[in-house]
Design a protein around this ligand. Structure first.
Ligand code: C2E
Ligand code: CA
Ligand code: CA
Length: 553
């Protein structure tokens, strides 16, 4: 019998019976010494092996493995040869008789002779399938498979982690270089991940530019390590011989504790990923109950704010905080700040609701409403013959600048209420500087051309640097209160603020020191040459009526 070298008659029968047990599983047994293998009939047909006896077994099998997966396969054999492990468990793509690559999982066990050489090797290959299971762009498992595999783990009471990986800026790659380049990027990213994954970690292509990992039996530390490895690998990404900067954020869910069924895991992964994106920084964010509460509050907040905007800006109001001219000590201008009151969200402040208005783009109509309110008040005061307030500052978010109508709207309202454009100052918050400087400058210049002034808000936080001042048309720089507070700290911090102020003064930019809370701070910033002062030491933001009584009348 031709299989003599591999198995005796009894073993051969057992082999035949096992081989019949499943049409997705193929059995093999190999004699490592003479490099022969016997494969079940199903495998012969499915992979087009020609005969049940394969010789030379290694070369005949290897030539059907996808080139990208050969490395992992050979590495596993090397480990077996070196006694690292006698267990073989590898997934790779295999060419079938029809010439399609299909994913297979190969499991086996090696025995050794007395000298420790590989002797007998047997196991089975499971056909994991083709099409809609495999993403054609990356060769990874699809979302469908992710759901199926996760459900299987849950069903078998296994614990583990599901990680959602979202590429940063992928849309920009598609927009700038086209979809085919985008596809190549996804392919390269997928293969970087495959190259560094810990054996056992499964990788999937989800919707769009998202990937997912499935780790069995993993806790927070393993998840963090796995994500870290992949992030590292992304540093050396090369596409068409170009170095590509690609980074991602990751959100993870530990199951079953934070996901008992697949849809819960899917939605919690998204929440964790969103959290990772908004938190900034690298690393993976692991889903917590608190994130969920935050998210539901945010959704409720969105609904409530939408309702209020649609009901004629119900609950919105403005407050005014005086800005003091340091030479005269008088409040000659003010900053307008938004407030919103709603019994469903008691004590909510702008730090929480402004980001919601920005995300939903409601800041565009609300921002216009604010401008109109302020101009209306100024007009009323003028009609009473009161001119104490020279300039009003209004905060403007980044996305408001993308509203092409804002300039025309502002100019028409200035005309309607007979207010000179020089009396309006737009304060640009930090987020305004995340975009492209040239585009921002262009948009701001349109306001400048109309005579409207520009203030850079929150200077000294985040990315703001003196260099932006040479590009952005700026009239006023507002030094952030966190920076101002530091002047009572070290000599170095004080020197830095003195330097910024004198630099600005030299190039004709007025500095407004925010967060002046006491006489010490006031003394220091005054001495350093700040032209404008603002802070609790003078006044908190006041209701308009109160502001009128104290500063206008
Ligand atoms: P901002 O533009 O930097 O506004 C100054 C914030 O500092 C205000 O907080 C003000 O109440 C607070 N503040 C004033 N003096 C002091 C002080 O001496 N010490 C300290 N620690 N804080 C002081 P508020 O009103 O809570 O506003 C927070 C942020 O919300 C604003 O920061 C701004 O970024 C945003 N915001 C407020 N109103 C509007 C608006 O109408 N439109 C837009 N786009 N953003 C707004
Ligand atoms: Ca401001
Ligand atoms: Ca500020």
């Amino acid at each position: 019998m031709e299989y003599d070298s591999i198995m005796n008659e009894y073993d051969s029968k057992l082999f035949d019976v096992l081989a019949q047990s499943s049409n997705r599983t193929f059995f093999f047994a190999s004699n490592m010494k003479d490099n022969t293998a016997r494969w079940s009939k199903g495998a012969v047909e499915y992979f087009g092996l020609g005969s049940e006896l394969l010789y030379p077994a290694d070369i005949e099998w290897l030539k059907r493995i996808h080139p990208d997966d050969k490395g992992a396969y050979l590495k596993d054999f090397e480990d077996m040869a070196n006694h690292v492990s006698a267990y073989h468990d590898v997934e790779y793509r295999m060419l079938n008789a029809e010439g399609d690559y299909v994913w297979v999982n190969c499991k086996g066990y090696m025995t050794y002779d007395e000298e420790g050489n590989m002797d007998f090797f047997a196991g089975f290959v499971t056909n994991l399938g083709v099409r809609n299971k495999i993403d054609p762009v990356t060769g990874l498992w699809t979302l469908h498979e992710f759901r199926k595999d996760t459900e299987e783990l849950l069903y078998n009471n296994k614990c583990g982690a599901a990680v959602l990986i979202g590429l940063n800026n992928f849309k920009r790659i598609n927009d700038e270089f086209g979809y085919s380049y985008g596809d190549k990027t996804l392919y390269a990213a997928a293969h970087k991940m495959l190259g560094v994954r810990t054996p056992g970690t499964r990788i999937y292509r989800m919707d769009g530019s998202d990937f997912a990992l499935l780790l069995e039996n993993a806790a927070c530390e393993q998840v963090a390590r796995e994500v870290e490895k992949m992030q590292q690998a992304f540093f050396s990404l090369e596409i068409e011989r170009n170095q590509v900067q690609l980074d991602f954020r990751a959100g993870a869910v530990l199951f079953p504790q934070n996901g008992k069924y697949i849809d819960q895991i899917m939605s919690n992964m998204l929440i964790a990923l969103e959290n990772a994106k908004s938190a900034g920084g690298r690393g993976v964010s692991i889903y917590t109950e608190e994130m969920h509460l935050k998210k539901t509050r945010m959704l409720r907040l969105r609904d409530a704010m939408r309702e209020c905007v649609n009901e004629g800006f119900k609950g919105f109001s403005i407050v005014m905080q005086p800005i003091i001219d340091s030479r005269t000590g008088k409040g000659t201008s003010c900053e307008t700040l938004l407030r919103w009151s709603d019994e469903r969200f008691p004590e909510i402040g702008p730090m929480e609701f402004i980001p919601v208005l920005e995300d939903t783009a409601f800041i565009i109509p609300v921002g216009k409403w604010i401008i109109e309110q302020v101009l209306k008040y100024l007009n009323e005061w003028e009609e009473r013959g009161l001119h104490a307030i020279e300039k009003v500052h209004v905060n403007v978010s980044y996305i408001q600048l993308h509203d092409d109508d804002l300039v025309d709207f502002t100019v028409s309202k200035l005309n309607e209420y007979h207010i000179a454009p020089e009396r309006l100052v737009l304060e640009l918050t930090e987020s305004c500087r995340i975009g492209r400087i040239d585009e921002l400058t262009q948009r701001l210049q349109k306001f400048k051309d109309q005579g409207i002034s520009i203030a850079l808000d929150d200077f000294g936080t985040g990315y703001a640097s003196l260099a932006v001042l040479k590009d952005i048309p700026t009239d006023i720089v507002k030094l952030d209160h966190t920076m101002i507070k530091s002047v009572v700290g070290t000599e170095k911090e004080r020197k830095l603020i003195e330097f910024i102020i004198s630099f600005c003064n030299n190039v004709g930019i007025i500095v407004c020191a925010e967060g002046v809370e006491n006489t010490t701070i006031m003394g220091i910033v005054n001495e350093a040459g700040a032209g404008l002062l603002q802070g609790y030491y003078f006044d908190k933001p006041l209701r308009v009526e109160e502001f009128y009584n104290k500063y206008v009348k």
